[in-house]
Design a protein around this ligand. Structure first.
Ligand SMILES: NC(=O)C1=CN([C@@H]2O[C@H](COP(=O)(O)OP(=O)(O)OC[C@H]3O[C@@H](n4cnc5c(N)ncnc54)[C@H](OP(=O)(O)O)[C@@H]3O)[C@@H](O)[C@H]2O)[C@@H](O)CC1
Ligand SMILES: Nc1ncnc2c1ncn2[C@@H]1O[C@H](COP(=O)(O)OP(=O)(O)O)[C@@H](O)[C@H]1O
Ligand SMILES: [K+]
Length: 498
């Protein structure tokens, strides 16, 4: 499958399925899916213990039966558990059951007490799950999750909603998930990554013309690597833009400093900080390259071509006043943290954003997103793509809805789900670092879309690099993310490796 990798919700997957011509000589999609699963299972079941296959009442169960048949034919010991009502099986699954029986296979109606499996294959429910698991499925899922045995989930870990990444009650926690035809949003965001383990995409020999145009894609290194061009030898700092950062109220100066340091390390030509704290320092002794000034003088800084508002901004009346000036400026603008909270609380400010002529980037975490659209946090957590897209369209903005599987939504209603990052980023100040990175990329001339995509991916990839080096996930700091982001960006742009 060509890059970028498209992501389809369940309805889109079904549309692709309907478009695939199946002739008398080509195996059904279920046969292809079951074989793909069996081939992967073969690489995972590396000892002689038997394989447990859980087969559900729909086509996901049919895939599992095909996999069981192949594994049995390859002389694995396979036990199948199924409660499916044979009279209600969909046609392909009924065929798969008959074929399983034809090779001498049988089904047992209950999960065996035995615990010593080489592998569990989860074929209970896939994209057809519509409600919390009924008994006994919920019980089976809890019991296999508690076994110290690797689980391979078929298409979607059972219990997880393929569209949202939220679970319908309990859900399988797999070490591997083999997913068919295309990626689904629920595998990549919210609880999805915790339940999927390693993802394996199998397109089942379905050709590109069968795929209708997607609205969403995976944000991976392939997509962003070439976005920032190398610098000409004949360059000077004026070519790389000047970022002005508004924030740093009393007690929160550090947030603005982190954003400023991040902007500097990701290549902005000049970085000015406009700090609200009356007692703010005049210089950052650890980063004297930053130019610090009172918030009221930020917009007087020469050469400013990008603004960032929010890191440590606070919600004072003074903050509202400065924010109004920043919103009125004719420069690309990144809005984060309390800038978003102040906007959420004011219809007048909301209207101003949508009317801005210069591009606006917004980087809410789920609670900020909930305030912006008047939804509950629970709704945001379980409708991440919809909410990110709603904010993007409503505010005519380029939006990163943060958290695992950050959703980047564009005002034209297209979206991306980020593949980089890890829980090391769940630490204070990492959001400020992202805001600074985005400011720096805009300042260097990237379009708002490209800055958002490169910035979000780079931020997560920097955390991944730190984790590879043993710096986190526990105890990773936002300051460390800045240095790793610089190293990675140089590697991507200049092929430098350190
Ligand atoms: N699309 C494709 O291209 C391809 C699809 N393939 C495979 O098919 C899968 C989709 O199959 P699917 O549509 O039959 O749905 P599936 O996930 O098996 O579940 C539906 C069944 O579960 C039932 N049910 C639902 N919720 C329940 C609950 N909580 N508790 C109990 N029962 C519940 C529901 O019953 P009902 O709601 O009708 O009462 C129905 O019987 C897909 O993920 C992939 O693995 C591949 O073969 C290759 C190509
Ligand atoms: N578990 C996680 N996996 C991946 N990224 C995460 C995780 N937790 C947090 N992040 C990222 O870390 C950043 C946190 O930003 P934010 O919530 O604004 O923090 P802060 O206000 O402390 O700076 C976001 O970019 C978010 O996507
Ligand atoms: K499954």
């Amino acid at each position: 499958m060509s890059h970028p990798l498209p992501i389809y919700p369940a309805a889109g997957i079904r549309e692709i399925e309907r478009a695939v011509p199946i002739g008398p000589d080509s195996p059904s999609l279920m046969e292809r899916a079951g074989l793909a699963c069996a081939e992967l299972a073969r690489t995972l079941a590396t000892d002689p213990r038997p394989i447990l296959v859980l087969a559900g009442p729909g086509n996901n169960g049919g895939d599992a039966l095909v996999a069981a048949r192949w594994l049995k034919q390859w002389f694995y010991r396979v036990e199948v558990v199924s409660r499916a009502d044979e009279a209600r099986l969909p046609p392909d699954a009924a065929t798969a059951l008959a074929a399983w029986r034809a090779v001498g296979g049988s089904c047992q109606p209950d999960l065996p007490e035995k615990r010593d499996w080489g592998l569990v294959i989860d074929g209970l429910f896939g994209i057809g799950l519509t409600r919390p698991l009924d008994a006994p499925y919920a019980d089976w899922v809890q019991r296999v999750n508690a076994l110290a045995v690797p689980i391979l989930a078929l298409d979607v870990p059972s219990g997880l909603d393929a569209d949202t990444g939220c679970s319908h009650g309990v859900a399988i926690r797999a070490q591997h998930t083999v997913t068919f035809l295309a990626l689904k949003p629920g595998l990549l965001t919210a609880n999805g990554p915790d339940h999927c383990g390693q993802l394996h995409l199998r397109t089942l020999d379905v050709l590109a013309p069968m795929y209708h145009p997607a609205s969403g894609w995976l944000l991976d290194e392939h997509l962003v690597r070439g976005l920032l061009p190398p610098r000409p030898l004949n360059s000077h700092k004026g070519l790389f833009g000047s970022v002005g950062i508004l924030g740093g109220a009393a007690g929160m100066t550090g947030a603005a400093l982190l954003a400023g340091r991040a902007a500097l390390h990701v290549g902005a030509g000049r970085v000015y900080l406009g700090l609200l704290d009356d007692d703010a320092p005049a210089v950052d002794p650890l980063q004297p390259e930053l130019m610090l000034r009172p918030a009221g003088h930020l917009l007087d800084a020469p050469h400013l071509n990008v603004l960032v508002a929010g890191p440590g901004l606070g919600r004072s009346a003074a903050a509202v006043g400065y924010l109004q000036h920043v919103l009125a400026a004719d420069a690309p603008l990144v809005l984060d943290a309390d800038a978003l909270n102040l906007i959420a609380a004011s219809d007048a400010l909301k209207a101003r954003i949508a009317q801005r002529k210069a591009p606006t980037l917004m980087t809410p975490h789920p609670a900020e997103a909930a305030r912006l659209v008047g939804a509950s946090i629970g709704d945001v957590l379980c409708q991440r793509v919809e909410i990110a897209s709603l904010i993007a369209v409503r505010f005519n903005a380029f939006v990163a809805l943060k958290g695992v599987g950050t959703v980047c939504a564009m005002p034209n209603a297209t979206w991306f789900i980020n593949a980089s990052g890890n829980p090391g980023l769940a630490s204070p100040g990492t959001g400020d670092v992202l805001a600074g990175i985005l400011g720096a990329l805009l300042a260097q001339g990237l379009s708002p879309r490209d800055a958002l995509l490169l910035g979000v991916y780079l931020h997560g990839a920097a955390a991944d690099r730190l984790r590879e080096r043993g710096i986190g996930p526990v105890g990773m700091t936002a300051s460390e993310v800045i240095g790793a982001a610089r190293d990675l960006l140089n590697e991507w742009v200049y092929g430098l490796s350190r």
